[in-house]
Design a protein around this ligand. Structure first.
Ligand code: SF4
Length: 462
């Protein structure tokens, strides 16, 4: 593949921090909402263990392991290429160390105890696709070329795994307009089955009529209660038992028009890299988005061209009401010849129903996670560096000295005796955009930890 040295963007831009390895285009199922439209039913292609190793070598030559956010192993059904899956997961964990996330997606029909134990030994997020009880699951999932209940097959395998192993696995459940009326009940069912976490997804590329959006709104209300009650509102990273991975944060949305780089690279079974797992799952039409190959490495010029195409489109079409991954929609529409505008319009109605209900809880979770890992604000349990015996009951605090010092000042106001405190926080124009919000959340949590009543006023400059 020819490189284009005239386009220097990628060497400077953020190299994609997620790598998807799409091990095979074969699958024994034929799910109604499957985005892997190029499943090969007669002569499947797949990646050998050596090809997976080569992909990891190529990728980690470009991005140090400490910068990696996520590796995922998908398909088709990746268990149909067990040798590549198990050696790839083991190698990825060895190279990445304990922290970055490794995801394995499986439809669960071929998962037995031995394979689950072998995979879990490398501590991946093992995500088993199961939408809910039999009627919900079998409404969306069916075997290819034969009858029989997919739910029954997965259910049998889960029983063989036992609750101990199931409690280390994730359930991946997808809802469409046809099944959304049973969303809450399904999530409860999956939690009761003992999964570590249920990852909820929606068929965002499909059309949702007004009636199904009303149903979604009501179901989301039910999930919100479950969501917040399953969240540890403590002072560390949130260990959530319910996740909405398809929703992206408002901060990510703001960056969509001018992304710092492609988010993900995906290696398809044809041995070529593409800018998303969704693209890897398409047929010959995906060739125009190839950005490298196992044989020749990454093609910086092609990556720049795809990034430029995304920036061009999202620079012209702001999509602030679409909280899912916009590039996912963009690529799907380009490759299917669908109207991008229509799918985004329909998606905005979908998120309009969902976001007011679960959006604030998700924002809070993101905020709490960012606080827990922030060097300057996290560490809720620290003793104050300055703890005057008697401090002000009321404090006006400007962020400008820096968040760490602002935290010390907030502590100095909150720690001293007195059941209630009043804090006024003010940010200047050049303060980091999130700093005020984070310090406000920090102060509220800290006051709660100290058992104090806090009246908080936030003043934004301009
Ligand atoms: S199991 Fe996954 S790849 Fe297979 S048909 Fe269903 S959604 Fe598609």
């Amino acid at each position: 593949m020819k490189k284009n040295p005239a386009l220097p963007l990628y060497p400077r831009a953020e190299f994609p921090r997620e790598l998807d390895l799409c091990l095979t285009d074969a699958c024994n199922l034929d799910c109604r909402y499957c985005y892997f439209t190029a499943k090969a039913r007669t002569a499947p292609s797949s990646l050998s263990p050596a090809q997976v190793e080569r992909a990891l070598d190529l990728y980690l030559e470009r991005l140090p392991a400490r910068r990696v956010q996520k590796f995922s192993f998908s398909g088709g059904e990746p268990l149909l290429r067990w040798d590549s899956l198990i050696s790839g997961v083991a190698s990825a964990r060895r190279r990445l160390g304990p922290r970055p996330n490794i995801e394995v997606f499986t439809n669960g029909t071929l998962l037995d105890r031995r394979k689950a134990e072998a995979l879990l030994a490398h501590d991946p997020e093992l995500v088993i696709s199961l939408d809910g009880p039999r009627a919900v699951c079998d409404a969306g999932r069916r075997f290819y070329g034969r009858g029989g209940s997919v739910f029954d097959a997965v259910d049998r395998n889960l029983r063989a795994l036992g609750r101990g192993l199931v409690s280390r696995c994730f359930a991946g459940s997808t809802f469409s307009a046809a099944t959304v009326s049973r969303m809450r009940e399904s999530v409860e069912y999956l939690l009761e089955r003992g999964f570590k976490c249920v990852i909820v997804d929606l068929d965002v590329l499909a059309r949702w009529d007004r009636r199904s959006l009303d149903v979604l709104r009501r179901q989301a209300e039910g999930l919100k209660k479950l969501y917040s009650s399953s969240m540890n509102l403590g002072f560390g990273e949130v260990q959530q038992r319910l996740r909405f991975d398809f929703l992206i944060s408002r901060e990510e949305l703001r960056q969509v028009a001018r992304p710092a780089g492609l988010k993900e690279l995906s290696l398809a079974p044809d041995g070529k890299f593409y800018p998303s797992g969704l693209v890897s799952g398409r047929g010959a039409e995906k060739a125009r988005y190839a950005v490298g190959s196992l044989a020749e490495g990454f093609d910086t010029g092609r990556m720049n061209a795809v990034l430029g195409e995304l920036r061009g489109y999202f620079g012209r079409h702001a999509r602030s009401g679409y909280n899912g991954c916009p590039t996912h929609v963009y690529f799907a529409c380009r490759l299917e010849g669908r109207s991008t505008e229509e799918v985004f319009d329909s998606g905005e109605r979908l998120f309009g129903a969902l976001d007011p209900v679960v959006g604030p809880v998700i924002d809070f979770e993101l905020l709490q996670n960012s606080l827990a890992s922030a060097k300057d604000l996290g560490d809720f349990d620290h003793p104050p560096r300055l703890a005057p015996a008697a401090g002000p009951a009321e404090l006006k605090l400007s962020l400008s000295p820096g968040a760490g010092r602002a935290r010390d000042a907030a502590d100095a106001a909150l720690y001293p005796p007195g059941p209630s405190k009043r804090l006024e926080l003010a940010a200047a124009e050049n303060d980091p955009p999130d700093a005020l919000r984070r310090l406000a959340a920090y102060s509220l949590m800290k006051a709660r930890l100290l058992g104090k009543k806090l009246r908080l006023a936030v003043v934004a400059d301009g």
